[in-house]
Design a protein around this ligand. Sequence first.
Ligand code: PHB
Ligand code: FE
Length: 320
Amino acid sequence: MPQNSLNQFGYRDFTLGEFSFRRDEYFAHIEWPGGTHTVPVDKFLKALIRDVAWNFFYGIVNFDEVFGTLNHYGNVDVFAGLYNAGYKAQKKEFVRNFPSDEVRAAFAAILDDWTNEGFDPFAAPEETGSAFGPKRGINPIAVKRKRVTAERMAGLKNDTPLRSDADGHPVNRHFADVNQTEPKVHAEPGFEDEVHAFNFFAYLSRSDVTWNPSVCSVVKDSLTCPTTEEFVLPIIHGNDRVEWFVQLSDEIIWDVSDRETGAPRARVTMKAGDVAAMPADIRHQGFSPKRSMLLVWENADSTLPELYASGKMKPNPVDF
Ligand code: PHB
Ligand code: FE
């Protein structure tokens, strides 16, 4: 809940159950019974906007090594130190469960109030202004941006539209060489609204956000979620299922660690054309030195987290 008064920097303080949140010019400060934590505010807002826009995503969204959320799809654990080996060893972890709506409302209110004019937490650092300083206006267009989610496939009639200069999606500076020609579709009469194809690379070259998988096609539980990446994935994602990655262009380096403890497990450099299956028992964070295109292939089957958690399914889908 927001407190009414503004602090000396012009920002509101917030509480969510026993957690409290305040920001100053550079940092977000989080407090709970038994602990405090400090996060650079640009980093905090970039994680926060994704947690809100993705409705807590699949499994764990670690804002950093200490603070984050665990999605139970309807309710959410908000935690400090729960997936940090040091906190756990000292029994210093703190976790509270809330209805998802309550966390989303609180996080959205923080995001609204703490995001200054000119700072877009979804944008690449080179393409946005500063998050820092005293309160300076608002950025409702950025913080209320809706994640693209196709019903069936982007560009189909009555589905999420393709992108163009005209609707405010110019080709990104790093994708100037991407061919923009659209395929020609010759459908049998009567099937014009059913048969469909589009230039996937052209579509992605016009994405104005980074590290924000959008659902571009849906077949039952199979979701293709492409995204364009630049700089650092602002969360450390703890999987509750396997995720397949297809690197469509350029290069991303992944730090892969144990989901529970954060102990390092692998460094994976994915170059254009590489495919990886990220196991269900890891956390990962990506680094993209220039804007790149990544296809994240998600399985939305709601029975998966329990199958992995109970050990009925192996965390890795293939053995080599
Ligand atoms: C992931 O955690 O798997 C993830 C999240 C956002 C992205 C890419 C991958 O943009
Ligand atoms: Fe992930």
